[in-house]
Design a protein around this ligand. Structure first.
Ligand code: F6R
Length: 605
């Protein structure tokens, strides 16, 4: 939800800001803009549309400002337009602000500011921040910021500049991420490190309510009372290639093909001497767990639904998987012997963070499964099991999902082992099969041409239904989400047995039904459901391993999987569906990396 980047240096900074905004575009792409501190005041440039539109404007102007703040927007308050684009500026254009988040009390503040004589020119909540800064500004932007934010409620990462303090950027955050980066003769800030990685690997994540002052020579940090504070530095060791396309047409396809390596990186370091070991997760603690709640959103929620089945099956610990935005508001029953697992690729999803905080009030421990070191979810959890998927840039999650599954699978096995509910021979067998998963993911990707051919046949569909049973059921939910979010084809996933309780009314001649069948015990039941939709004229596509495909009557085409043990199937069964979604999206002429209306990191509720 909106990306912020800033740099204070000694050379023209616009190209660096454009580059940073491109890296952050996954957070929103409704408009882009920047404010530069130049001789004579602030230069503000902003445009509706993608960063390249802004870039083309900038190329005509050669701006020479050496400090600046940039923004790429995912619209919340006010439609995408030049006026609502950030930076938002004060009436005489001497203060500029970029913002990620939502100012929840913007309406009363706006009313009050209008009473004080301020005029509003946009529909954004951000504009109240600019006018508050003007109201409090008495020659010191830090003091004005401290006073302004004391009146805000909601979530924000803010960066501001003032014409009378050239070369200085003041930024702060509450419930939205912000990182500062240390360079040589220039210093930086950004919503996440992907915007900074070309310039520095020495970064510091701002704490809640911290204020940072970024100048070419220094970054000073203060708490919300204006007292100096020190924060730990982090070193970013990502490979730059990981945040570039490396010859692939889109990040999404690159990231799908990175799944074997990502799975290897996530699984292998945790397997030693025939056992799974999680750093920082105590065996005694695992043994003491009586209940588990998994909280997450979107794709990560789907991973949690699969995880629930594995944990209950292997360890007999009752698990509920809840959508984070519902959990936080439903007065959950909290208990100190319950474990909350928060699954979040970004570690910055507002609802997942709120669910985590809600859970913590009951005194239980939180385990984070996240892909981003130092993210809010990682920092606020008691234990972290990282997915080592590398940066995921495409908005639609792929490698983060399969690596989340791998962590949940290993955790389920460990819980089963310490609880004594998973016999040693079964544990050894599952571990053996788990170690084959990166290779099986690779084999599944080798079969991508099937998905491409199927997409050519079906990309004009307007409705697709996914059905499955057992472990295939949550896997089809993720498959369906992939298709709808990047191809804009309406799609739904249903437990196969549930279809006849209403939704079958929508099946007509030619409707595509994708059936997933990886669970041998449920094969026959699914076969009956396939017959039911076939009898209503559906075209049936089956995702299954070769053995199953031979036994299924009425199937029109197959997206094949290599042979995989039933329990581990979700780790690869989504891959053909990811590929199918990707090819449908590109055949329909869309950009799968930046689906409309979506942002990668949902930092507002
Ligand atoms: C869909 C997708 C989203 C995210 C969701 C949660 O492809 O990526 O549904 O899974 O927004 O994001 P994280 O995992 O960052 O908390």
């Amino acid at each position: 939800m909106c990306g912020i980047v800033g740099c204070a240096g000694r050379k023209p900074v616009a190209p660096l800001l454009v580059d940073g905004l491109k890296a952050l575009e996954y957070r929103g792409y409704d408009s882009a803009g920047m404010a530069l501190s130049q001789e004579g005041g602030l230069l503000v440039l902003k445009k509706k549309g993608r960063v390249t539109t802004l870039e083309n404007e900038i190329k005509k102007m050669f701006p020479n400002g050496t400090a600046g703040i940039g923004h790429t927007r995912w619209a919340t308050h006010g439609e995408p337009s030049d006026e609502n684009a950030h930076p938002q500026v004060s009436e005489n254009e001497d203060i500029a602000v970029v913002h990620n988040g939502i100012i929840e009390n913007y309406a009363p503040l706006k009313k009050w500011l209008i009473e004080q004589g301020y005029k509003f020119t946009s529909e954004t909540d951000t504009e109240v921040v600019v006018h508050l800064l003007s109201y409090y500004y008495k020659g010191d932007l830090v003091q004005a910021m401290l006073q302004a934010v004391s009146r805000l409620s909601g979530s924000y990462a803010l960066a501001a500049m003032c014409a009378t303090e050239p070369g200085k950027i003041v930024c702060t955050r509450r419930e939205s991420p912000l990182v500062v980066g240390f360079g040589k003769g220039e210093n930086y800030l950004a919503s996440d490190v992907s915007a900074l990685i070309k310039h520095t690997r020495d970064v510091c994540y701002l704490g809640e309510n911290d204020v940072a002052v970024v100048t070419p020579d220094d970054i000073s940090l203060f708490d919300c009372d204006g007292n100096p504070v020190q924060r730990e530095h982090s070193h970013i060791d990502w490979d730059i290639a990981a945040s570039e396309k490396c010859g692939y047409e889109h990040f999404m396809i690159k990231e799908m093909f990175e799944q074997p390596q990502a799975l290897k990186n996530t699984i292998l370091p945790r397997v030693t001497e025939g056992r799974i070991r999680f750093d920082g997760i105590d065996e005694g603690f695992l043994r003491s767990i009586k209940r588990i709640v998994i909280c997450a959103c979107g794709t990560a929620y789907h991973a949690g639904l699969v995880g629930r089945r594995w944990i209950e099956d292997f360890s007999r610990i009752p698990v509920e998987t809840d959508i984070a935005s519902e959990y936080r508001y439903r007065n959950p029953i909290l208990s100190p012997d319950e474990l909350c697992i928060v699954v979040s690729q970004s570690g910055e999803t507002a609802d997942s963070i709120a669910a985590l905080r809600t859970f913590k009030k009951g005194g239980g421990k939180v385990l984070a499964i996240t892909n981003v070191v130092g993210s809010t979810v990682a920092r606020e959890s008691d234990m972290v099991a990282y997915t080592w998927a590398g940066p995921e840039i495409a908005v639609a999650s792929t490698k983060a999902y399969t690596t989340q599954l791998s962590v949940l699978f290993m955790l389920a096995m460990e819980l089963g082992r310490v609880k004594g509910t998973l016999p040693q021979s079964k544990y050894d067998g599952l571990l053996n099969e788990l170690l084959k998963i990166p290779e099986l993911a690779s084999k599944t990707l080798d079969l991508s041409s099937y998905a491409k051919i199927a997409a050519k046949r079906h990309y004009t569909q307007s409705n697709v239904f996914f059905i499955g049973r057992g472990l295939d059921q949550p896997a089809t939910m993720e498959s369906s989400l992939k298709l709808k979010e990047i191809s804009y084809i309406h799609s739904e996933a249903l437990p196969a047995g549930e279809l006849k309780h209403g939704t079958i009314a929508l099946i007509e001649k030619g409707t595509l039904v994708v059936a997933m069948s990886t669970q041998s015990a449920l094969k026959e039941k699914l076969a009956s459901n396939i017959k039911e939709v076939k009898a209503r004229g559906a075209q049936v596509m089956l995702i299954s391993s070769e053995d199953t495909e031979k036994t299924m009557d009425g199937v029109d085409e197959v997206l094949p999987l290599p042979k995989v043990e039933d329990e581990l199937a979700p780790l690869i069964s989504v891959i053909p569906a990811q590929l199918f979604a990707y090819y449908c999206s590109t055949l329909r002429g869309y950009d799968p990396d930046k689906p409309r209306n979506l942002a990668k990191s949902v930092t507002v509720e």
